[in-house]
Design a protein around this ligand. Structure first.
Ligand SMILES: *Cc1c(COP(=O)(O)O)cnc(C)c1O
Length: 224
């Protein structure tokens, strides 16, 4: 794919998103710097990556005003590498991970914006909190224990299924949970603002179900 295609892809996606309130987060994982730069030059400053090592390498090669989002599973022992600069972690899937992020954020004297990843799919391989577990955690003031974390919303991945009704049902369940957790916005460290759901294959459904942030790789940069 040529670089000009990235710009063309972005324009197509932007027109698809018009009328919805979701913003596009380009997912640059596996793509080289030359492919990412046209998106940056088109005005995108936020990029999603799923591996700590890859963010660390690309960060050195790309403009310093890029806001890096970690969207993939994060191991506790790698938090220290990204804590100084990460703009948002979308994939916070356990209290153990929150504990480590909070600790590293304190060391860096900053508050790290996080989304809680909720398990909504039927597949077993996906990480995340269950909706019941998360509700129970809020009921016991979970977020209050993490002063160096700002929980800004939820992230979820729907089943990789051709059945639109199934995907829609899963996104809708995440939106319902998001709305329920909004009732805790007055308490410390948590405000439900971002609903990160939708990828290249299912972003239209996600937008219809209330996504605020769609994470798209292949639709922007081509097949991996
Ligand atoms: C790769 C990835 C995406 C983007 O997937 P595409 O199908 O390429 O749009 C979104 N979210 C997560 C968590 C990913 O790992």
């Amino acid at each position: 794919m040529m670089e000009s295609d990235v710009r063309k892809n972005l324009q197509l996606i932007e027109s698809d998103l018009s009328g919805f309130s979701a913003r596009l987060l380009p997912v640059s994982k596996t793509f080289p710097v030359e492919r990412i730069l046209p998106a940056y030059e088109a005005g995108y400053k936020d990029f999603g990556e799923n591996k700590v090592q890859e963010i660390m390498a690309k960060k050195e090669e790309l403009p310093s005003d890029i806001r890096w989002h970690l969207i993939g599973h994060l191991q506790s022992n790698k938090v220290k590498y990204i804590a100084p600069f990460i703009y948002m972690i979308h994939s916070v899937d356990s209290e153990k991970l929150l504990t480590e992020i909070n600790k590293q954020a304190e060391k860096c004297n900053r508050v790290i914006p996080c989304l809680l990843q909720v398990f909504i799919a039927t597949e077993e391989s996906k990480f995340g909190w269950s909706p019941d577990e998360l509700l129970a955690w809020y009921q016991t003031d979970g977020p209050a224990r993490f002063p160096f974390i700002s929980i800004q919303g939820l992230m979820g991945m729907a089943s990789n299924s051709p059945h639109e009704a199934q995907v829609r049902k899963e996104f809708r369940s995440l939106k319902t949970l998001f709305d329920q957790l909004k009732s805790y916005d007055a308490l410390p460290n948590s405000k439900m603002k971002e609903l990160s759901m939708g990828m290249s294959g299912d972003f239209r459904i996600a937008c219809e179900e209330g996504s605020t942030l769609v994470r798209m790789g292949t639709a922007v940069f081509g097949t991996r």
